[in-house]
Design a protein around this ligand. Structure first.
Ligand code: ADP
Ligand code: MG
Length: 694
C-alpha cells in the first residue's frame, strides 16, 4: 500500500476508531497533524547515574539488572510490589502501591532495565512508581532514557491512554511508517547555504532527540521553514508592487512645497529631513511607494505626513490621511488647515458623524487636487477618490491589514505611507512589514526633556491633587485619564464624570477644567478640545479617547488613573501626551486596584524607561508575539517552532533566502523550486490570496 502523509490518522498502528475520533476532536486528523503535534517540553534523562550516587528527590535515570521481585504485605494487609535491581555500585528498590496487577509477572531475574523517576532514600534508595523499560538491542528506549518528549495532552486524551507515554508510542510508529512521505519544503541550495538538515530528519529529532544540540538544531530547521514561507509571501507581494507602474511619477518638489516649508513655525530635525527625502524619492519613482514610518510618540511624524501631502497636491493629485479615531481626525484637520493655510490647499474632513457627506463624496470624484482627512469613514464603499495619488495611514497599528489595502480601493499604484507611534521591535517589523521600506525618526525635536514617571499607590489622592494644582498655578496644563473598557463602560465613564464634578468645584476647577469622552457629540468634543488647545482650560479629564492625537505643548502633567488596567504600549502612548514642549514634564501612574504579576512588570517597564523601542521590546516579552499584535487582526502567524523574540538571526537568514529566491524565480517555475511551489500552494493558499491584495 502507498503511504501518504495526509492519510487518515486511523492508518497509524495503535490508533483505532475510538482514538481516531477523539484525536480528531483535538485537531489531529491526519498523519501530518500527528507528526506536527510536537512535544511541549522534554525531560532530561540523558545521563545514567550510578545507584551509589543517587540523590533523593531528583529525577534520575539508572540502568540496572533485576535481582529479585515479589508481592509484599504491609500493615493492615496493604499489598505492594517490590523489585530489587542492582548495578555495579549498589542496590535500588522499586516499589508499586497501585496497578500491581499490571506489574506482576513482568520481570525476570537478570532483566536489564532503564529506570527513571524521583528517588527517595529511607534506608536504601527507592523509587516509587518508576518509569521503566527493558533494555533491548532492537529498539531505542522511549520513556526512560534520553531526552523524553512530553506532549500537551488533555483529560479526554488521557482516558484513552494518550498521555505522553501513549503519544510516544504512536509517534514512533507513525514516524517509522511515514517518515519518507514527508515532503521536503526547501531546495538543496537553501538547505546547504543555511546548513539545514532535511525536514524529515528534523521532525524525527523533534520527537526523539538524542542530545540538546540535536533538538535545538532540529527546532531551528523547522523554524526556518516557518519564517521562510512568511518571507516568501512578503517577497512575492513586494514584487507585485514593483511590477506596477504608477500613472505618474511625481515631479520634484517645487514652489508649493517650498512655500509650505518656509511657513512652518520650526526647523525640521535632521531625522525628519532624512525621512522626507526618502519619501520624496519614493514618490518621484515609477514604482508605487510602500513605506512604513516609525517614530516614537512626539517625534514629529505629522509634519512629515503633511510634507508628503504637499508634494502630491503640488503635482495635481489628491492625498488622503486616515486615522483611527474621530478625535485624532479633528486634531489633524485643525493642524493641517493651519499648516496649509499659507498655500491655500482645500482640506476636507470625513468622519462617520460628518454632515454633508454626499457633497464630500461628490468633491472627491472631481479631478482638482485636495487633501482629505478622515476615519474609517474613508474606506466606505461610497468613497471614490479620483486622481488619488497618496494615501497615509496614521497610527496604522490600530488598523487591520485589510483596512490598509481598502484605503487604496484596488488602486495598487497609489503611493502608501504607514505611520506608527507604537514602535515595532525590529524582529516583528521584518516579519509583518517585510515588504515595506522603513523610515525611522530617531530623534526628538530640540529641547525635549525626559519625562519623569512616578507611581502613586491606591488611596493617595492627596498627593495627586497637590501636583495638579501646582501645575495649574504655574500656568501649565494637565491631563487626567480614566480607563474605559467595554465590559465596564458605564462604571468607567461614571468615574471620569465624578472626578470632573469633584475637581470642578474645588481649587483646581478655578483654573478651568474640561471633560472629554467618546459619548459626547462631535461638536461638544470640538468645543472642549478648542478650549483646552487655547489654554482656557488647564485640566482635561478624559477617558482613553485622548490616547492618540492630542497635542498641547503646554501640557506638563499626565495622570493615568487605574494604571494597572492599561496595556504597556497604551501607557506609553498616554505618557507621550506630555513633554511636548521644552518644560520638564511628569507622568503619574495612579493605582486603583491590585497589581497582577504582569501588571507589575508593565509598571516596572514604564518606570525604567521612556524609550519607545525599549518599551515595545518589554511589551513583546511580557505578552508574546500573538498578543502583542493581536494575531487575527494583523495576519500575524502563530509559529510552532520559531520564536520571534529570540530567532532574529534565523529570521534574517530566512528573509535573505526568500527574497533572493523570488528575485531569481518570481513565479517559482524553475524545476529545483518545484516543491517549494507545491508546499506554498498547499499550505499557504489563503495567505497567497492576501499577497495579491497589496
Ligand atoms: P507624533 O510623531 O507623535 O505624531 P507630532 O507630529 O504630533 O508627533 O509632533 C509632536 C509635537 O512636536 C508637535 O507639537 C509638533 O508641532 C512638534 N514638532 C514637530 N517637529 C518639530 C520640530 N522639528 N521642531 C520643533 N517642534 C516640532
Ligand atoms: Mg501622531
Amino acid at each position: 500500500m502507498n503511504e501518504n502523509i495526509d492519510d487518515d490518522i486511523q492508518f497509524v498502528k495503535g490508533v483505532g476508531p475510538k482514538r481516531a475520533d477523539i484525536l480528531k476532536e483535538h485537531g489531529i486528523s491526519t498523519v501530518r497533524d500527528l507528526l506536527f503535534f510536537v512535544p511541549r517540553r522534554y525531560l532530561d534523562r540523558t545521563k545514567i547515574t550510578p545507584i551509589s550516587e543517587l540523590n533523593p528527590v531528583s529525577d534520575v535515570t539508572v540502568m540496572a539488572t533485576v535481582e529479585s521481585y515479589g508481592t509484599k504485605y504491609g500493615r493492615g494487609g496493604r499489598k505492594f510490589y517490590i523489585v530489587n535491581v542492582t548495578d555495579n555500585t549498589s542496590t535500588l528498590e522499586l516499589i508499586w502501591y497501585q496497578n500491581i496487577k499490571f506489574i506482576e509477572g513482568l520481570f525476570e531475574e537478570g532483566d536489564v532495565l532503564y529506570i527513571s523517576g524521583k528517588t527517595s532514600k529511607l534506608v536504601y534508595p527507592q523509587i516509587a512508581h518508576p518509569e521503566f523499560e527493558f533494555v533491548s538491542d532492537r529498539e531505542e528506549p522511549l520513556h526512560s532514557m534520553g531526552l523524553i518528549p512530553l506532549y500537551p495532552t488533555t483529560a479526554e486524551l488521557k482516558k484513552i491512554y494518550l498521555d505522553s507515554r501513549g503519544f510516544r508510542r504512536i509517534q514512533r510508529t507513525a514516524l517509522e511508517k511515514y517518515i519518507n512521505c514527508i515532503e521536503e519544503d526547501l531546495n538543496a541550495e537553501i538547505a546547504e547555504q543555511n546548513d539545514l538538515v532535511p525536514v524529515a530528519e528534523a521532525l524525527t529529532n523533534i520527537h526523539f532527540p538524542k542530545t540538546e544540540e540535536q533538538l535545538e538544531s532540529s527546532r531551528k530547521r523547522l523554524a526556518f521553514s516557518e519564517l521562510f514561507y512568511i518571507e516568501l509571501l512578503l517577497a512575492m507581494r513586494r514584487t507585485k508592487v514593483e511590477l506596477k507602474t504608477k500613472l505618474l511619477a511625481f515631479n520634484k518638489p517645487g514652489d508649493l512645497v517650498r512655500r509650505f516649508g518656509t511657513k512652518l513655525p520650526f526647523k525640521l530635525t535632521s531625522s525628519q529631513r532624512k525621512v522626507v527625502t526618502e519619501i520624496y524619492t519614493d514618490m518621484a519613482s515609477k514604482r508605487p511607494m510602500r513605506r512604513l514610518l516609525q517614530g516614537d510618540v512626539g517625534s514629529g511624524k505629522t509634519v512629515v505626513a503633511a510634507l508628503a501631502c504637499a508634494l502630491a497636491i503640488e503635482n495635481g493629485y489628491k492625498a488622503a490621511v486616515m486615522v483611527p479615531t474621530e478625535v485624532l481626525a479633528e486634531q489633524h484637520f485643525i493642524n493641517f488647515r493651519r499648516m496649509f493655510a499659507p498655500v491655500g490647499t482645500e482640506i476636507l474632513l470625513l468622519t462617520a458623524g460628518a454632515k454633508e457627506k454626499s457633497s464630500i463624496y461628490e468633491r472627491l470624484t472631481n479631478d482638482a487636487p485636495c487633501l482629505i482627512i478622515g476615519t474609517h469613514a474613508l474606506i466606505q464603499e461610497k468613497v471614490n477618490i479620483h486622481k488619488f495619488g497618496l494615501a497615509i495611514i496614521d497610527e496604522q497599528h490600530r488598523f487591520g491589514v485589510r483596512q490598509r489595502t481598502d484605503l487604496l480601493s484596488g488602486n495598487g499604484s497609489v503611493d502608501l505611507l504607514l505611520m506608527t507611534a507604537t514602535p515595532i521591535p525590529r524582529t516583528l517589523a521584518i516579519t509583518i512589514y517585510g515588504d515595506f521600506d522603513y523610515s525611522v525618526i530617531d530623534e526628538f525635536p530640540p529641547g525635549r526633556k525626559l519625562i519623569e514617571t512616578v507611581l502613586v499607590d491606591e488611596g493617595n489622592e492627596r498627593q495627586v491633587f497637590e501636583e495638579i494644582l501646582q501645575q495649574c498655578k504655574a500656568g501649565q496644563q494637565v491631563y487626567v485619564v480614566y480607563p474605559l473598557v467595554e465590559t465596564s463602560e458605564k462604571l468607567d465613564l461614571q468615574a471620569a464624570v465624578d472626578a470632573y464634578q469633584k475637581l470642578k468645584n474645588g481649587p483646581i476647577g478655578k483654573f478651568g477644567i474640561g471633560l472629554l469622552h467618546g459619548r459626547m457629540s462631535t461638536s461638544e468634543k470640538e468645543k472642549v478640545l478648542s478650549e483646552f488647545n487655547s489654554g482656557r482650560t488647564k485640566t482635561l479629564i478624559s477617558t482613553t479617547v485622548i490616547e492618540v492625537g492630542i497635542d498641547s505643548p503646554q501640557a506638563t502633567l499626565m495622570v493615568v488613573v487605574g494604571a494597572e488596567r492599561y496595556g504597556l504600549s497604551q501607557l506609553h502612548q498616554l505618557r507621550g501626551r506630555v513633554g511636548r514642549g521644552n518644560k520638564q514634564s511628569k507622568c503619574i501612574l495612579k493605582l486603583t486596584g491590585n497589581l497582577t504579576d504582569e501588571g507589575r512588570r508593565r509598571i516596572e517597564a514604564m518606570l525604567a524607561t521612556d524609550d519607545g523601542f525599549a518599551i515595545a521590546e518589554f511589551d513583546l516579552q511580557i505578552r508574546g508575539p500573538g498578543e502583542f499584535f493581536g494575531t487575527r487582526q494583523h495576519g500575524f502567524p502563530e509559529f510552532k517552532f520559531a520564536n520571534i523574540t529570540t530567532d532574529m538571526h534565523l529570521l534574517i537568514q530566512a528573509r535573505e533566502a526568500a527574497f533572493s529566491l523570488i528575485k531569481n524565480d518570481p513565479d517559482l517555475i524553475h524545476i529545483e523550486n518545484n516543491h517549494i511551489r507545491k508546499h506554498l500552494l498547499k499550505h499557504y493558499s489563503a495567505a497567497l490570496k492576501f499577497a495579491d491584495a497589496g
